[in-house]
Design a protein around this ligand. Structure first.
Ligand code: HH2
Length: 275
């Protein structure tokens, strides 16, 4: 089902033209690139600019790892990590920026520094995060997660993972819409409280989530289920990631969240000609 087009900063999100969201983790401990852009604003900004040049439509900045078992970061520390990077990036580029955070204080500080979108892995289950989204009047990503990063991989169970995730996403989107949030993206949250079968089912039946009539984002990049399907270590999961993301786009994904921007841009360029 198509969705109504909208803007994220200068980017146009519309059916049939998937956007690439490049990941910038300013953390010491993210699962695939932890430490590379941590405590070094220049390195972080250079990486964001490189991703923009390679074809990223949006840069998603995160200051806290959400890998399974990861520890909580205090809001002050998260703000200290993300705000200088966003501010410095803003000075050099108008590329749309998304803040990957579950904390209202961080979301507000990031938007003040120039962020254009809030990406909440807890799917706006915290009412204060919803209040921030309402007040800030910017697009949001509602992601599904079962449990918390500390506990989410302990025997996740669903009666029907696709129906359960879709139900959660539509309920949260309706709640946000009633409060006045107009631009809403849904994300099934691959790897967040899901085992291999759950992740595969969500990808195979992604058309059901896209069928909710809202834009859908998918983030399979380098995740452990790609490793489980290919036997590849985290540094060698690009081929598997591309397959998962191309399949998602064919099933209606409007945004893909990736670490390897250039390769995804080329793959989407080819796909565009073939469709
Ligand atoms: N995945 C990660 C983090 N944030 N946000 C959305 N909306 N969807 C995702 O699939 C998603 C996300 C995990 O990836 P990464 O940022 O590379 O790792 P870490 O959480 O260890 O920083």
């Amino acid at each position: 089902m198509p969705f109504n087009a909208f803007k994220i900063g200068r980017a146009s999100l519309k059916p049939g033209t998937p956007l690439i969201v490049g990941v910038l983790n300013v953390t010491p401990d993210s699962f695939s690139d932890g430490g590379r852009y941590f405590n070094d604003v220049r390195k972080a900004v250079d990486h964001a600019l490189r991703m923009e040049q390679e074809g990223a439509d949006i840069i998603d900045v995160g200051g806290e790892s959400s890998r399974p078992g990861s520890a909580n970061v205090a809001p002050e520390e998260e703000i200290r990590r993300v705000v200088p990077a966003i501010r410095a990036l803003r000075k050099r580029s108008s590329v749309p920026v998304s803040i990957d955070s579950m904390r209202p204080q961080t979301a507000r500080a990031a938007v003040e520094a120039g962020a254009d979108m809030i990406n909440d892995i807890t799917g706006f289950t915290n009412p204060e995060m919803t209040d921030a989204a309402v007040a800030l009047k910017i697009p949001v990503v509602v992601m599904h997660m079962r449990g918390t990063p500390a506990t989410m991989q302990k025997r996740p169970r669903y009666s029907d993972v696709v129906r359960d995730v879709s139900g959660f996403l539509s309920r949260q989107a309706e709640m946000l819409e009633k409060k006045g949030v107009r631009r809403i993206i849904l994300d099934p949250g691959l790897g967040f409280g899901k085992n291999l079968k759950h992740n595969v089912r969500l990808l195979k039946r992604l058309d059901e989530i896209a069928g909710l009539g809202r834009p859908v984002m998918v983030g399979a990049s380098r995740k452990s289920f790609i490793g489980a399907l290919t036997g590849a270590p985290v540094g060698d999961r690009l081929a598997g990631t591309l397959a998962a993301h191309i399949c998602s786009v064919l099933k209606g994904a409007a945004l893909i969240r990736v670490h390897d921007v250039a390769e995804h841009r080329r793959a989407l360029d080819v796909l565009r000609e073939l469709l």
